[in-house]
Design a protein around this ligand. Structure first.
Ligand code: SAM
Ligand code: SF4
Length: 485
């Protein structure tokens, strides 16, 4: 249910409307209306899609199992790399058939919507609605406008900081889940030269800490024991207390066993945050710290604001505060002007840090970004060189991830059980404190913490046998309605 504070409200800026051209689809019928959200991109988008579902529930919409059964199809898009945009455009083409067959309304949300605004309506004549990340709370009003007034609408105005209210998660939609995401920030004030996020997500805004604590407490009432606090750069959180303090307070919420967060910019990794890892065992021993490159020259052009030496120094302090902490990172290869020597520095850093895992990408020039505009001047890296470098990096990282995982065979790991394994439902699935995927033979219920004896390892998952229960959840997780039926 939507709280009073989250009711649709007027935007602070003018509505960026492409109306009043006619909507090409017919009105949803009087029967229960159904929506389908196709989500692209990061966890922030996954969370936004959930909030869209909750907003639509207030006007009687229910989720549809497939797009073909929906009266409203929303593509929640990602603009971080060109490939993500291409995927969105091809999906849009597929959903056009559903629109033609059953008159479904078609909407584009998220970063591409924010980037393209009303231009998207002109480009895609069968599209009914375009709305940006700040308009999620207004979705019921926008859908009503499109279906009742029969206009095509683009709503991409930012809501300024005094007006903006973070959509509050409905704990009812977390029934059956043990681990959940909680939004603590939106937007980003950094100026990394490759990144489109500041243009698509706007200025950084922190959610008041009281709201975060209330949402976490509400989630525990349905059995959630682990939360991941999310934002583009959580280390610069300013919601009334520091991010380190926020983590410490969330860890104290009764029922919470583990607190995680993502994502962090290395230049904001404070001593207080490192100290929080030393003090509070419920802060899970995993840190995703995107380095992007192992070359100072490349980092300078990326406008990342740290050197490799400073990054390593922070990392050493972190590992000193919490020995055994898992560290993961993001890397971009083929950034404009990246030489073979620069790239080798990234390989050397990978070997030196021995990351538990890396998410690596080839550079993709993005609109409005400095690196996108200066690619020619700085020296574009040919596509085949980018791909070859990516493969070389990934071979090394796979070996390191495999070696780290192999080292756990024969040992016991703690696992918070989330349910049946996705790959083999006869097994159980959960995660270790270091965020490793663990599938195991056993019968522990979702929400239990167990010891698992590791028998096999691959770079991406551990396999083992349940060796004993550490504890059961104080609050018995409610099962989702479909499972209970
Ligand atoms: N806020 C995070 C940080 O400061 O590192 C990054 C968030 S971004 C959504 C996720 C990752 O996408 C980045 O860390 C970067 O590696 C990658 N990325 C962003 N822009 C990119 C681009 N233009 N080309 C390739 N990869 C990109
Ligand atoms: Fe993008 Fe992250 Fe840099 Fe912000 S800090 S501009 S989200 S890469």
């Amino acid at each position: 249910m939507m709280s009073q504070r989250n009711r649709p409200r007027a935007p602070s800026g003018p509505i960026d409307s492409a109306g009043p051209s006619r909507v090409s689809g017919s009105l949803p019928g009087p029967a229960v209306k159904r929506y389908f959200v196709h989500t692209f991109g990061c966890q922030m988008n996954v969370n936004d899609s959930r909030r869209m579902g909750e907003a639509l529930a207030t006007i009687g919409y229910r989720p549809a199992p497939t797009a073909e059964q929906a009266d409203l199809i929303i593509l929640n898009t990602c603009a971080i790399r060109e490939k993500a945009e291409d995927k969105m455009l091809s999906a849009l083409g597929r959903y056009r058939a559903v629109k033609t067959q059953r008159g479904a309304l078609l909407a584009v949300a998220g970063c591409v919507a924010q980037q393209e605004k009303a231009k998207l309506l002109a480009r895609v004549p069968y599209l009914d609605l375009v709305f940006g990340p700040d308009a999620i709370g207004k979705l019921p009003e926008l859908v009503n406008r499109v279906s009742v007034e029969r206009v095509r609408v683009a709503e991409t105005a930012w809501i300024d900081s005094e007006e903006y209210v973070f959509p509050r998660a409905d704990p009812g939609s977390s029934v059956g889940k043990v681990s959940e995401f909680v939004t603590v920030m939106k937007g980003c004030d950094n100026v990394c030269s490759f990144c489109v996020v500041p243009h698509t997500r706007g200025r950084e805004m922190s959610r008041p800490f009281v709201e975060v604590l209330e949402e976490v407490a509400a989630l525990t009432t349905v059995g959630v024991r682990e939360v991941t606090l999310i934002g583009q750069n959580v280390n610069s959180y300013r919601g009334g207390i520091s991010f380190a303090e926020l983590l410490l307070r969330v860890a104290q919420v009764p029922g919470i066993e583990r607190v995680r967060f993502t994502t962090s910019h290395p230049h904001d990794l404070s001593g207080a945050l490192i100290d929080a890892f030393r003090r509070e065992p419920r802060i899970a021993p995993h840190f995703h710290l995107p380095v992007q490159s192992g070359s100072d020259a490349v980092l300078r052009r990326m406008k990342r604001d740290y050197t490799v030496a400073a990054y390593l120094e922070r990392l050493a302090a972190l590992r000193g505060a919490r020995p055994g902490i898992a560290v993961t990172t993001d890397i971009i290869v083929g950034f404009p002007g990246e030489t073979e020597e620069d790239f080798r520095a990234t390989l050397a850093l990978t070997e030196q840090v021995r990351y538990d895992n890396q998410f690596s990408f080839v550079f993709s020039p993005r609109p409005h970004t400095v690196a996108g505009l200066k690619e020619e001047e700085w020296g574009p890296v040919p596509h085949e060189v980018k791909v070859e470098r990516l493969e070389r990096l990934q071979v090394i990282q796979r070996r390191i991830s495999g070696e780290i995982a192999e080292g756990l065979v024969g040992h016991e790991v703690e696992v918070l059980v989330e349910g049946p394994s996705r790959t083999d439902p006869s097994r159980r699935f959960g995660r270790s404190p270091e965020n490793r995927t663990v599938n195991f033979e056993g019968s522990a219920p979702a929400g239990a913490r167990v010891r698992v004896h590791v028998t096999h390892a691959s770079p991406s998952a551990l396999l083992g046998d349940e060796a004993g229960i550490i504890d059961l959840p104080a609050i018995r997780p409610l099962r989702p309605r479909t499972e209970a039926a």
